[in-house]
Write a protein that binds this ligand. Structure first.
Ligand code: FAD
Ligand code: DHB
Length: 385
């Protein structure tokens, strides 16, 4: 089998890249190790920057997003019960759209015209400095795909980054001593907009997927087990971290999903190794506090698709030569913002009373400074690429 671009991973990055290449007439095959149902069952991101919405439009997959996406003009911060609304529209003239990653993935899967191979076992990539190929096993038979380029869109635990010789890669990492325990529930959201809450017991987030489906998170220690959290325990803990009126208004119910995600900041440099390119979570991870992971994956593949279109249509390598540098410039800004939001809103066992006072001062500064609110808003809605 032969194609122009082999894409590893059918998450949002791989599927969007495949779609953009299909629309440009560039042949591609996606190789995914899980089933389509499994990929759709993973509950993750919920907030899209305008750049990601625009990319869905460009990919001609935005009709449901246009009808069902919820436009949010602001978000709430809560610090020990004191509230501050960040008005994106007033501060920076932009907004975000609440539309689940599951829906983005579903829309892209439904539109896909090219070949996607699901449930591919033992995926391996070969000779990306020379004549690249990908191999995998299906029903016990080894398959091989020759290609011009490989796009590694296989997430943090994927095979693409792991196949790069250690000496060619520089990594930057920060782990946090906590994770997010998330719950999905078929009840209306507690508030019209998202609430990011700091409390001495830990961070909490009130998010949503629609007017009848809500997503809530609480900060938990790294070694916490989801089995230790009954729905009752979750709702009690969440209520304690919100201000009293919000806690009172919370509509609870049986969870339809419950999971723990660790928090990590991570960047691998560069993003190109010969004919192999990394994009999305395969190259970088942000802690979820700034709602940037999916959006970064989208901006990476937009740049990579443009670079490949330039290469195949205009025979210019300028785009693929610049991809790594251009994408990393944006990635590091999102890393900074995500680290900052995480630092402001979580409880850090090691920083003690001093750390908490600094967080309080930061919140009070935000409350009193339009300039500081503008910085937050500008980053949250998405910096230009
Ligand atoms: P992935 O979604 O991880 O997709 C990679 C794909 O590759 C997967 O389907 C995987 O099965 C496949 N794969 C892995 N290994 C192999 C292999 N060896 N061979 C073949 N295939 C392989 N981001 C936001 O922008 N906003 C948010 O609000 C937000 N909230 C989040 C909340 C939580 C709880 C979490 C965990 C994440 C959140 N994120 C958010 C981050 C966002 O979900 C990710 O950044 C996004 O999924 C990245 O997409 P991706 O396609 O790069 O990687
Ligand atoms: C969601 C996740 C986030 O990380 C975030 O910052 C906002 C919303 C969510 O899953 O809804």
């Amino acid at each position: 089998m032969r194609t122009q671009v082999a894409i590893i991973g059918a998450g949002p990055a791989g599927l969007m890249l495949g779609r953009l290449l299909d629309l440009a007439g560039i042949a591609n095959v996606i190789i995914e190790r899980k089933s389509a149902e499994y990929v759709l069952g993973r509950i993750r991101a919920g907030v899209l920057e305008q750049g990601s919405v625009d990319l869905m439009e460009r990919a001609q997959v935005a009709s449901r997003l246009r009808a069902e996406g919820l436009v949010h003009h602001g978000t709430d911060l809560s610090f020990d019960g004191d509230r501050l609304r960040i008005d994106f529209t007033k501060l920076v003239g932009k907004h975000v759209t609440v539309y689940g990653q599951t829906e983005v993935t579903r829309d892209l899967m439904e539109a896909r015209e090219g070949n996607t191979i699901y449930e591919a076992a033992n995926v391996a990539i070969h000779d990306f400095d020379g004549s690249p190929s990908v191999s995998w096993e299906q029903d016990g038979v080894t398959q091989r795909l020759d290609c011009d380029y490989i796009a590694g869109c296989d997430g943090y635990h994927g095979v693409s980054r792991a196949s790069v010789p250690q000496e060619a890669l520089t990594t930057f990492e920060r782990t946090y001593p906590f994770g997010w325990l998330g719950i999905l529930v078929d009840k209306p959201p507690v508030a019209h907009e998202l609430i990011y809450a700091h409390h001495e017991r830990g961070f909490a987030l009130c998010s949503q997927r629609s007017n009848v489906r809500s997503r809530y998170y609480v900060q938990v220690p790294n070694d916490e087990k989801v089995e230790n959290w009954s729905d009752e325990r979750f709702w009690d803990e969440l209520r304690r971290r919100l201000n009293p009126q919000t806690a009172e208004a919370l509509q609870t119910g049986p969870s339809i999903e419950k999971s723990i995600a660790p928090l990590r900041s991570f960047v691998a440099e560069p993003l190109r190794f010969g004919k192999l390119f990394l994009a999305g979570d395969a190259a970088h991870i942000v802690p979820p506090t700034g709602a940037k992971g999916l959006n970064l994956a989208m901006s990476d593949v937009a740049m990579l698709a443009d670079a490949m279109i330039e290469l195949y249509a205009e025979k210019s390598a300028a785009g693929i030569d610049n991809y790594s540098q251009r994408a990393l410039a944006r990635i590091w800004k999102a890393e900074r913002f995500s680290w900052w939001m995480t630092s402001l809103l979580h409880t850090f066992p090691e920083t003690g009373r001093f750390g908490r006072r600094i967080q309080r001062a930061e919140f009070d500064y935000l409350r009193g400074s339009v300039a500081a609110q503008q910085v937050l808003a500008e980053n949250y809605v998405g910096l230009p690429s």
